[in-house]
Design a protein around this ligand. Structure first.
Ligand code: NAI
Ligand code: 15L
Length: 267
């Protein structure tokens, strides 16, 4: 990427997390300055990085965090099902604070790490696209659904563009049968985030984050303008995954797109 193509300052939240560590390295060439942030300890700043420890629940701190950035890749927050009160602080208040900061400081583009748990109560036998009614499968899924609504509102009201990526399962490899459908390789994740940052005129686009898996449940034709063509497939892991004991047909992991998340709680 040439110097002219790079943006000036890119903010990455959730930089201490699993995907944050991956994208911290891979997004570096895309900006002259990469501001990395988390509530947790991070590796020290290197190269053209700025490091900011910040709790997303702290509105004033998030406002300072966002100032001076051209775009944000928002990974920060609780990434699994937890009691509502915890989700409320990190994810629900957190995303409101982020967009308020974006509005106040003129940030033009957000890439939001949404989740398949926004549509987790669809059956694995169903095929859906971005127009499917949301069916969140828990407090976590509800918070991501709220995040997508916030993204739509801040586009309609303030013109801030967002790509909400409904990430399936982004890990080094799929570790169970459900993930044979939901897996998103780190390479495909990186490509999707890059397309989400640099494609002109995205408005608020919702896209599913999955690799080119044989039995993928999601249709991304509504996000064709991103030009995202996944390069990897879970198929290369099939023998390893299918060597595991079978899952009972009554197990949520075999029924719902959201798998076990549909059956967690109450807390
Ligand atoms: P992770 O849990 O490893 O990372 C999340 C990071 O957010 C952590 O480093 C954590 O310290 C930080 N965080 C939590 N509360 C915070 C707060 N109040 N203020 C500031 N930072 C806070 O999760 P992972 O796997 O890296 O996922 C990144 C994002 O992508 C998350 O938003 C997650 O919901 C989303 N996602 C991930 C998927 C995956 O397969 N890895 C699937 C679907 C969505
Ligand atoms: C998610 O949203 C979680 O953040 C991640 O840890 C996985 O559980 C993933 O969904 C999944 O559904 O596999």
């Amino acid at each position: 990427m040439s110097n002219e193509q790079r943006m000036n300052r890119l903010l990455l939240t959730g930089a201490a997390g699993g995907l944050g560590k991956v994208l911290r390295e891979r997004l570096a060439p895309m900006a002259r300055t990469l501001r990395v942030s988390d509530i947790a300890d991070m590796q020290p700043a290197q190269g053209h990085e700025e490091l900011v420890v910040c709790d997303l629940a702290d509105k004033a701190a998030v406002d300072r965090l966002v100032e001076g950035c051209d775009a944000i890749v928002h990974l920060g927050g609780i990434s699994v099902e937890r009691p509502f009160e915890q989700i409320l602080e990190a994810n629900i208040k957190g995303i409101f604070h982020l967009y308020e900061g974006a509005r106040r400081h003129g940030v033009k583009r957000v890439v939001f790490a949404s989740s398949n748990h926004v549509i987790g109560f669809y059956k694995q036998t169903e095929r859906i696209d971005d127009s499917a009614k949301r069916r969140p499968d828990g407090y976590y899924g509800l918070s991501k659904s709220f995040g997508e609504d916030v993204a739509q509102f801040y586009f309609d009201r303030w013109g801030i563009e967002t790509v909400s990526i409904r990430i399936g399962s982004s890990f080094p490899e799929p570790v169970n049968r459900r993930m044979m459908s939901t897996w998103l390789s780190y390479r495909d994740l990186t490509t999707l985030v890059e397309k989400s940052l640099f494609t002109p005129h995205v408005g608020h686009t919702v896209v599913y984050g999955a690799s080119a898996n044989r039995d993928v449940w999601w249709d991304n034709s509504g996000a064709a303008h991103l030009g995202f063509v996944p390069q990897d497939t879970s198929e290369v892991f099939r023998d390893k995954v299918e060597a595991q004991p079978p899952v009972a047909p009554t197990d949520p992991n075999a029924i719902y797109q959201g798998g076990a998340f549909t059956a967690q709680g109450p807390f």
